[in-house]
Write a protein that binds this ligand. Structure first.
Ligand SMILES: N[C@@H](CCC(=O)N[C@@H](CS)C(=O)NCC(=O)O)C(=O)O
Length: 223
């Protein structure tokens, strides 16, 4: 399998696709297509991207695009228990959280784009961003209280799951923009950032040299 991703520093959906591929346990190669180059803008670089977006997983001759479809496909291939909690009540919440993250949180996603190269110490969130963060915290608290805390692991449902994959870019945004969260949520943020797969992705993101100025948010300092 080959996973096509965008810039690791900025492409939050690519991070989700890549974490899903890691979680599947299946072998895959990774191809980075630099975003916002003339070839990206003209579409010439997107020949293997059916939706014109990343990530795309090519499973031999079969393309699977969109992070959620990639999770579903890889769960089919690598085993559902790798992605979803085994018990049905846990699984219901996990499905709902993954779906809500995939379709929602517009203000947080637009106002705090993933940026693994910089930090924004003086960032002032809008009320809409603050409301999104509160909703994220409520979901994390529910998952951790009902399910995750039953194990010794720091993840949302016990074993690292599709929900941890989906929220990983939000974790980086809370860190990058200094968004205020509870001590419990911060502990989860720190655990995700320290996960070996996240450490691998962030290290690779920091040494990328592609020019990228899509998100001109003032006040950034090197991460
Ligand atoms: N719903 C899609 C969203 C994918 C997406 O929007 N990816 C961005 C990069 S993070 C993209 O390729 N945008 C197209 C563009 O920038 O031209 C998913 O879940 O994978």
């Amino acid at each position: 399998m080959k996973l096509i991703i965008g810039n690791r520093a900025y492409s939050s959906w690519s991070l989700r696709g890549w974490l899903a591929a890691k979680l599947s346990g299946l072998p895959f190669t990774c191809e980075v297509v630099a975003m916002d180059t003339p070839e990206w803008i003209s579409g010439a670089a997107k020949a293997d991207m059916p939706s014109g977006r990343v990530p795309v997983l090519w499973d031999h001759a079969t393309p699977v695009w969109d992070s959620l479809a990639i999770i579903l496909w890889l769960a089919d291939k690598g085993g559902h228990d790798r992605f979803w909690p085994r018990e049905l009540p846990d699984r219901a919440l996990c499905y709902a959280m993954v779906a809500e993250m995939h379709s929602g949180f517009g203000p947080l996603r637009a106002g705090c784009p993933m940026n693994l190269k910089e930090r924004f110490p003086a960032f002032a969130p809008t009320p809409e961003i603050t409301a999104d963060v509160a909703r994220v915290e409520a979901l994390w608290t529910e998952a951790r209280t009902r399910f995750g805390s039953q194990s010794d692991l720091p993840w949302l449902f016990g074993p690292f799951s599709a929900a941890d994959v989906m929220f990983a870019p939000v974790v980086t945004r809370i860190d990058t923009y200094g968004l205020k969260v509870s001590a419990e949520a911060r502990a989860y943020v720190d655990a995700v950032l320290a996960h070996p797969w996240m450490a691998e992705w962030i290290a690779a993101a920091k040494v990328e040299t592609y020019p990228f100025d899509r998100y001109p948010i003032p006040g950034g300092v090197p991460a």
